[in-house]
Ligand binder design. Structure first.
Ligand code: CA
Length: 417
């Protein structure tokens, strides 16, 4: 990331040295400073989006209203570049979002909107507690809808954001124009996060187009001001993502001694009864529920932390936001809102995830030790997890394939011998 930007900054500095006072030149230099690798000016780049938008049938008046006077928002680019080096372990992520205050407020919301949630459940099959949990994670129950103009934010990201995501953002930008063009929501209402997510449950524009619904019947799909539209749209999205009514996200479970952790993968789906036959029980030692559903085993923080069997509903939440910490938090918060799902196992206290550099080091050292973690790319994928499991098995440790700092230290120690 920093390479091309550095070069551009140097060029901009050189321009600055002999820059005249003309505002046109000043603006040009400013734009070059943030231009992507191909050095196309933001204003010229917008013309290419205009061409795309016209080809998509968006009216010239809509495009003019959206792009007239549009400036490159550098704050958005800075936010996109500011990816944290240390990612919080899942236990800390969950804890921060299931506090007593969060639960209190969530239960209040469940009560306040009970009638509406009942109507939504009847049509889409999604329980209120899951909608409230998503609402909390996406906008703190509507307290924080974001204040970026979505068209401006998406234009900045599509122009100069993370290169491999620019095409995605360009599609989102075109979808935002379409929302306005079709009259679903006026341009001035398209406000959201710096990454272009909108409304109480933070729909990106393409999701808005495909899944937002008008539930209060005013003719508009208003995810900013209409809670009926918000809850129904969110439930509709979950339903279309495979939601099964009256099923939780999953259950905390306990594994028998010597369990093969190679089974712990979302790709491995077995009926509940098969897991029971393998010795898996609920964490409170009770038998697994008699549910006729394929479920998967996940170990989000390694063998020392809580272990879960997850249902199709966990997968539906992942479709909403493809991060396991997110899906698990939605599930745990939802169950806690209904006075269930309090964890039996504790999250590991000293769990720390590895940085990209540390993951690379881990892969190098695994190779040094004769293992095959796949390409050294600083990412813990299936082959690296498999190599970790072999390493753990050889050391007589639970082979969960989980890469945290404790594991790296053990690998370092072995490699130094
Ligand atoms: Ca509406």
């Amino acid at each position: 990331m920093s390479g091309p930007f550095t070069i551009v900054f140097v060029a901009a500095f050189a321009v600055g040295l002999f820059m005249a006072s003309s505002p046109a030149i000043a603006q040009q230099a400013q734009e070059v400073e943030d231009a992507p690798e191909n050095h196309v000016l933001f204003s010229d780049w917008l013309k290419t989006v205009t061409t795309d938008a016209r080809a998509r049938g968006i009216k010239p008046a809509t495009i003019a209203a959206a792009f007239g006077g549009l400036r490159l928002n550098r704050k958005v680019i800075a936010l996109d570049n500011d990816q944290p080096e240390f990612v919080a372990p899942v236990g800390a992520y969950v804890a921060a979002r299931t506090t007593a205050a969060t639960l209190r407020m969530g239960r209040l919301k469940l009560k306040q909107h009970a009638a509406l949630f009942g109507k939504v459940k009847k049509i889409y099959g999604v329980s209120a507690r899951y909608l409230v949990a998503i609402w909390r994670l996406e906008s703190s129950y509507g307290a924080n809808l974001g204040s970026f103009r979505v068209v401006e934010a998406l234009a900045a990201l599509a122009y100069a954001g993370t290169p491999k995501r620019r095409l995605f953002w360009r599609q989102q930008l075109l979808a935002a124009l379409e929302i306005s063009d079709k009259g679903y929501a006026p341009l001035r209402r398209l406000v959201g996060s710096w990454a272009g997510a909108m409304g109480h449950t933070q729909f990106i524009p393409t999701t808005y187009l495909t899944h937002a619904v008008d539930f209060d019947g005013d003719g508009r799909r208003d995810l900013w001001r209409s809670l009926p539209d918000v809850f129904a749209s969110t439930a509709n999205y979950l339903e279309k993502s495979g939601w099964r009514p009256d099923l939780p996200f999953g259950w905390e479970v306990r594994l028998p001694n010597g369990f093969d952790y190679g089974q712990a993968h979302l790709e491995v789906r077995r009926p509940v009864a098969e897991w029971a036959a393998l010795g898996v029980k609920l964490a409170n030692d009770k038998a697994l529920p008699a549910v006729d559903q394929p479920v998967s085993l996940i170990i989000p923080s390694g063998w020392r932390g809580p272990v879960f069997l997850v249902t199709e509903n966990y997968r539906a939440i992942l479709r909403y936001n493809n991060a396991s910490a997110y899906a698990l938090t939605v599930g745990l918060l939802a169950e806690r809102l209904a006075w269930r799902g309090k964890l039996v196992a504790a999250w590991p206290a000293k769990d720390r995830l590895l940085t990209g550099l540390e993951k690379t080091e881990l892969q190098h050292k695994l190779i040094q030790l004769g293992h095959d973690p796949g390409p050294v790319d600083g990412k813990v994928g299936p082959s690296t997890r498999m190599a970790i499991r072999v390493f753990q098995k050889r050391g007589g440790k639970p082979a969960d394939g989980y890469a945290d700092y404790t594991l790296l230290e053990a690998v370092r120690e072995a490699a130094a011998r």
